[in-house]
Every structure is written in structure tokens, then in C-alpha cells.
Design a protein around this ligand. Structure first.
Ligand SMILES: [Zn+2]
Length: 119
């Protein structure tokens, strides 16, 4: 891939990322809102302390699942857009400035971008 193609892919990916992040935060907000809603109902009916602790941990578990899910989706979108290094397989999204500047992978240093024609 040439530098121009890479920049185009990064820009497409960034636009998708904005959409993904909006969906991600709406998802988190929705999960927490339902948790609070259920907590308000739950407190009156369940006095057991062990289930209270489990319930109190739920938002942290949800948050953890969302973070892991977000990372998996992120990895998928990198692969989907051809933005992972063919040599080491790591995403090029965080190191795109290095890739654009040097033409090499920012993780392993392997050559990724083709030299422009005539150079
Ligand atoms: Zn690499």
C-alpha cells in the first residue's frame, strides 16, 4: 500500500471510530441507567448482604466487559480496514504518524508502505 492509500484508510477508520465511540458510550450509559433503575427497585426487596455486594460490583463488571468488547471491536476494525501490520499483526492506528513519516511499522519497524513511484 502507498502512503496515500494508508492516509485514506486511516481517515476512513477515524470516521468509523467516532461512530463506534458514540455507540459505545450510549451502550455504557444505557447499562448504567438500567442498573440504577433496577437498584432503586431491588433495595427494598433484597436484604441479603452478599447479593448486595455482588450487585454493587455489577457496574464494574459491566464496565470491564465494555472495555474488553471495545478493544475487540477496535482490533476488528483495524483488520477490516487493512490497518494491522502484515509483519507483526499489531494495529497501526496508534502509530499512524510513525507509519506516515517513515513508511515503517511503528511497532516492529518492518517496511509497510511502498515507495512512491519515481522515488
Ligand atoms: Zn509491525
Amino acid at each position: 500500500m502507498t502512503k496515500q492509500e494508508f492516509i485514506l484508510k486511516i481517515e476512513t477508520w477515524r470516521r468509523m471510530q467516532i461512530r463506534n465511540q458514540i455507540v459505545f458510550f450510549i451502550g455504557i450509559a444505557f447499562l448504567f441507567a438500567s442498573w440504577w433503575f433496577l437498584t432503586a427497585r431491588y433495595d427494598h426487596s433484597e436484604p441479603s448482604s452478599s447479593s448486595r455486594i455482588a450487585w454493587a460490583c455489577t457496574p464494574f463488571a459491566l464496565f470491564f466487559i465494555m472495555i474488553v468488547g471495545h478493544k475487540l471491536v477496535l482490533g476488528y476494525t483495524f483488520k477490516h480496514h487493512g490497518l494491522s501490520c502484515p509483519a507483526c499483526g499489531k494495529p497501526l492506528g496508534g502509530v499512524e504518524a510513525i507509519v506516515i513519516a517513515t513508511g515503517n511499522c511503528g511497532n516492529c519497524g518492518e517496511r509497510i508502505l511502498e515507495s512512491p513511484p519515481g522515488a
